[in-house]
Write a protein that binds this ligand. Structure first.
Ligand SMILES: NC(=O)c1ccc[n+]([C@@H]2O[C@H](COP(=O)([O-])OP(=O)(O)OC[C@H]3O[C@@H](n4cnc5c(N)ncnc54)[C@H](OP(=O)(O)O)[C@@H]3O)[C@@H](O)[C@H]2O)c1
Length: 176
């Protein structure tokens, strides 16, 4: 079967505090150099789907990735962004791009509104749990325990450029 006929896996890449907070005032609530490197490794050479507010938080488009930006604004256009106007349109554009790139994964990179609406579609979650008390206004939705199986866990103390200790976790959707 050719790769283009294979439905790509949809993967969340997310960093969340223990209370689920992922963002504050339109930005990340922490600096975690280690997690930036992991984010790059998990998303490079893939289509990345993000909400328009997350796009606005980036200093520039993510290089070596197709930046698919979900917005209701039909006039939205920005260099380096592929604009889409619904979750279905995002999946269609990312599926085409994944086939062109020869990858079988679509990375969904937030923020909270986008994770919530992709919850029914996601196959795997790459979560960085950030061990710092954190307040914020963007929150990752709770995972229904029965629907997800933890398949990887790796704890880290804060390294150079990290404001907190953190744990990398992978969850796979339980097949029903
Ligand atoms: N810790 C992490 O891993 C992580 C990852 C990503 C982001 N964040 C943080 O999360 C925060 C942003 O999250 P957020 O929830 O406020 O915003 P968001 O999900 O990034 O973007 C929301 C925007 O997406 C568009 N949108 C949402 N659903 C849509 C739909 N069904 N159809 C068309 N467009 C749709 C709308 O754009 P328009 O208003 O243009 O119509 C909406 O305002 C920031 O603080 C960011 O730093 C954290």
């Amino acid at each position: 079967m050719s790769l283009s006929a294979v439905k790509p896996r949809i993967v969340f890449v997310v960093a969340a505090a223990e209370n689920g907070v992922i963002g504050r005032d339109g930005d990340l609530p922490w600096k975690l150099k280690s997690d930036m490197a992991r984010f790059k490794a998990l998303t490079i050479n893939k289509p990345v789907v993000m909400g328009r507010k997350t796009w606005a938080s980036l200093p520039k488009p993510l290089v070596q990735r197709t930046n698919i930006v979900v917005t209701r604004d039909k006039a939205f256009a920005a260099p380096g962004a592929v604009a889409v106007h619904s979750i279905d349109e995002a999946i269609a554009a990312a599926t085409r791009d994944a086939a062109e790139r020869g990858t079988n994964e679509i990375a969904v990179i937030g923020g909270a509104e986008i994770y919530r609406q992709f919850m029914a579609h996601v196959d795997r979650i790459e979560l960085t749990r950030v061990h710092a008390p954190t307040e914020g206004d963007a929150v990752f939705p709770d995972l229904p325990v029965a629907a997800w199986r933890e398949t990887f866990r790796e704890s880290h103390v804060a390294g150079p450029g990290d404001e907190a200790a953190f744990t990398y976790l992978t969850f796979e959707r339980v097949e029903t």
